[in-house]
Design a protein around this ligand. Structure first.
Ligand code: BGC
Length: 453
């Protein structure tokens, strides 16, 4: 059967293909960068920072108590209250708050005042405003931690750019905002990355879990390292605890140019219009914030070449960021030869009168972008597993791309198997409660450790 798709589309898609050789090269380069982040002497110039998280205890299942959690860093902002009881009796109450887009680029003060306002409202609604509950703050941006409750923001990512926050301890900014209000008492006992919450909540049920991965708006992973290898931790040689969770911040991989061989012209266009050009190179090839825009850029080029959608340039799809990554999950969920979800997307975009060849081309473009994303994530996970030098591991995963894309899990698994040494066993586990249970578990550990001092 002749291909329905034009040579121009095929050529554009080709740029996204990563063959086995290229994937092996990604693993090799990433291994080098990961090691640089971990080692004290190379850390300052490393792009994959491998931040020490000060989380050294995996859950035992014996954690108890009531904790608050804040979750900032994905597509919405949430406040949670988690009761850790015996395995079956735990409870989580959570509320999502509409996060005005203007807050992402406004002042830091406005951002933290908003967080404190939602938190106060939540405490009042749940009648805990007079208690001083310990809080775990899931703050999913690159932070240099100086302790379990001290995290200095290194850079904003994912479209945030609030002024006055980079270089500051975000726990202090949060506590100050709470104190400015004066109507609730909160004790922020821990700050954590979403990957760490994901690892912890997965480890609660899967004792073999040693890696946490997020493929959502952004992308990143953390893993359990031997404390003696966490050279940037002041007590790395003396700590009585054998493990330290490392927040890789792998999104920055490639910021020094080592990923140019996988980038396409479309990646470069996106990078230029983001608030952080030249930064988060790996993340921009992988995560949900950018996948839809990559598809859109290919499509509008094909429209301008008159090989898709009758060359009609009047459609809404011409508008930047008008193609969310959720459309990719929708389009790829259609069975071969059927276009039900695709038609709905086209309808949403106001594209009418498209032909089967247009829909087939659109699907292939989506597949090209999502499969490159899954391959790169597989490379990242294999890099970490090789570095850990283990033969069996469970990986806790969360994020909208992983959760909603119909084939992401299978793709990730398939490519990891092809890249890993024979005999290495792994399990990919959806871990949905990182910012709730995960944050509470980190907070519980923090409280316990302080009590021991
Ligand atoms: C941030 C990470 C975070 C990831 C997933 C990235 O942009 O730098 O800290 O874990 O997004 O949310």
């Amino acid at each position: 059967m002749p291909s329905l798709v034009s040579p121009e589309v095929e050529l554009a898609i080709k740029g996204f293909i990563l063959d086995q050789e290229k994937m092996a090269e990604v693993v090799e380069r990433m291994t080098k960068e990961l090691k640089m982040g971990l080692a004290k002497d190379t850390h300052p110039r490393a792009v994959i920072k491998c931040f020490v998280t000060y989380v050294q205890d995996l859950p035992t299942g014996k954690e108890r108590g009531r904790y608050l959690a804040l979750d900032l860093g994905g597509s919405n902002f949430r406040v949670l209250m988690v009761t850790l009881a015996s395995d079956s009796a735990g409870e989580t109450i959570s509320k999502s708050y509409d996060f005005p887009k203007s807050l992402m680029t406004g002042s830091g003060k406005a951002l933290f005042d908003f967080l404190a306002e939602c938190l106060a409202e939540f405490c009042k609604e749940n009648r805990v405003e007079d208690e001083t509950l310990p809080l775990g703050f899931t703050f999913s941006f690159p932070c240099q931690q100086k302790g379990i409750a001290k995290g200095v923001l290194v850079a904003w990512t994912k479209g945030f750019s609030c002024e006055g926050v980079v270089g500051k301890n975000v726990v202090t900014l949060l506590q100050e905002a709470i104190e400015r209000r004066g109507d609730v008492k909160i004790n922020t006992v821990a700050i954590l990355n979403d990957t760490v919450g994901t690892l912890m909540s997965c480890a609660y049920h899967h004792p073999n879990c040693r890696i946490g991965l997020i493929v959502g708006t952004g992308s990143n992973a953390c893993y359990v390292e031997k404390t003696v290898n966490a050279e940037c931790f002041e007590g790395y040689q003396t700590s009585p605890k054998p493990s330290m969770i490392i927040n890789c911040e792998w999104g920055a991989f490639g910021d020094n140019g080592v990923l140019e061989f996988v980038r396409t012209p479309y990646d470069k266009i996106i990078d230029k219009v983001t608030p952080n050009p030249g930064k988060q190179t790996f993340e921009k090839c992988i995560s949900g914030m950018y996948m839809g825009e990559l598809v859109r850029l290919v499509v509008i080029e094909m429209i301008s070449k008159d090989v898709m959608f009758h060359g009609d340039k009047s459609q809404r799809i011409q508008k930047a960021w008008s193609f969310p990554s959720s459309y990719i999950s929708d389009i790829e969920s259609d069975p071969p030869g059927e276009y039900r979800a695709c038609n709905k997307v086209l309808n949403d975009l106001g594209i009418i009168g498209s032909q089967e060849s247009d829909k087939e081309a659109l699907k292939l473009i989506c597949q090209a972008v999502s499969s490159r994303s899954a391959k790169l994530c597989a490379c990242g996970l294999v890099t970490i597993i090789n570095k850990m030098n283990i033969n069996e591991v469970a990986i806790g995963i969360d994020g909208s791309v992983y959760r909603f894309h119909p084939k992401y899990h299978e793709m990730l698994q398939f490519h990891m198997r092809k890249l890993l040494k024979p005999g290495v066993k792994f399990e990919l586990v959806a871990s949905e409660d990182g910012s709730g249970r995960g944050a509470a578990l980190v907070a519980a550990t923090a409280v316990q450790n302080t009590a021991k001092l």
